[in-house]
Each structure stands twice: as C-alpha cells, then as structure tokens.
Design a protein around this ligand. Structure first.
Ligand SMILES: CC(C)(COP(=O)(O)OP(=O)(O)OC[C@H]1O[C@@H](n2cnc3c(N)ncnc32)[C@H](O)[C@@H]1OP(=O)(O)O)[C@@H](O)C(=O)NCCC(=O)NCCS
Length: 148
C-alpha cells in the first residue's frame, strides 16, 4: 500500500476524476485536475482506490483534495496518502502543511487529527453555507510506525 507519485505525462487523470466524483457532490473534472497538476509545486499521490492532490511552495504546503473510494475506506488508505504527500512536501522544503476541511466531516477530521493536525482557524461559509476548519501541522510528520 505504497502511494505512487502521479506522473501527469504517463498516468491517467480520468481515473482521478472518477475517484473524486465518488467522494464529492461536485466532482472535479479531468481537465480541471490536469490544469491544477500543471501548476507550480502541485503533485498527487495515488493508490488504486484513492488519491491526494497537494501543492508545496515558499516553505508551505497545502492539501487541495483527498478522496478514497467508498468501498475502500477505513483501511488506512487515506492516512497513507496524506502521509506520502506530507513527506514529499517536506522533501520539497515545506515546513508546514495546511488544509481546509468542512466542520462536519468527522471522517476527515479524525484522519487529520490522528496525523497531528490542529485547528489553526475557521473559514466562514467555505463550502457553500458550511464552515471549514483550517488545519495545520508542522513537517516532517513522525514516522508512520509511531501512529500504530
Ligand atoms: C476522509 C477519507 C479520505 C478517509 O479515507 P480512509 O481511507 O477511509 O481513511 P483511513 O482508513 O486512512 O482512516 C484513518 C483514520 O481516520 C479516521 N476515520 C476515517 N474514517 C472515519 C469515519 N468514517 N469516522 C470516524 N473516523 C474516521 C480514523 O481515526 C481512522 O483511523 P482508524 O481506522 O485506525 O480508526 C474518506 O472518508 C473520503 O474519501 N471521504 C470523502 C472525501 C473527503 O471528505 N475528503 C477529505 C476532504 S478534506
């Protein structure tokens, strides 16, 4: 279960869009994902049933999206993807990793808190009417064995 660093020249962005659509009411189209991946510092890690998209620049990184296909959830894939993205961002020089998560998304909040993220702020009406927490963690994350 080792996430693979997505290669925009070789790998299938349509598969990422399909996975995203299974996880979000408003899935991101393949073209949008392709455009994002072409941006500076943007990278993705994939597993057969999930992916994470992130950006690292100027000593900071952010998770742009994370999705695991519903039948594959609760098997540690989300945690493995975020850990891989955090390690890659740290290797690119990022000292902190941020993300926004809807305040009612208990699954994602549980995952992020388990990895050491803490609330650093609140974004009002970030997802339509829903608020989001801004979460932050210092990089690098501890070795994954320490989460067992
Ligand atoms: C959030 C999401 C990526 C989690 O993926 P996952 O592969 O199921 O997560 P993991 O199996 O790695 O779970 C890691 C930890 O997160 C927490 N967690 C995961 N799912 C949970 C749930 N449904 N309820 C409560 N805690 C949960 C647990 O602490 C879990 O550890 P444990 O299984 O040892 O108890 C997945 O539910 C998903 O794709 N959701 C829809 C999209 C989304 O919300 N993305 C995040 C946007 S910020």
């Amino acid at each position: 279960m080792i996430p693979h660093l997505f290669d925009p020249a070789m790998d299938d962005v349509e598969a990422l869009a399909e996975c995203h659509a299974l996880s979000f009411a408003q899935g991101w189209r393949a073209a949008s994902l392709r455009d994002l991946l072409a941006g500076p510092g943007v990278f993705a890690f994939t597993l057969p049933q999930g992916f994470v998209l992130a950006r690292a620049a100027g000593g900071e990184a952010e998770i742009l999206t994370l999705a695991v296909a519903p039948p594959a959830r609760r098997q540690g894939l989300g945690r493995a993807l975020v850990w891989a993205a955090a390690a890659h961002a740290a290797a690119l020089g990022a000292k902190t990793l941020f993300l926004e998560v809807a305040t009612d998304n208990q699954a994602a909040i549980g995952l992020y808190e388990g990895l050491g993220f803490a609330v650093a702020g609140r974004r009002k009406a970030y997802y339509g009417e829903k608020d989001a927490h801004l979460l932050k963690v210092i990089l690098p994350l501890p070795n994954p064995d320490e989460f067992a």
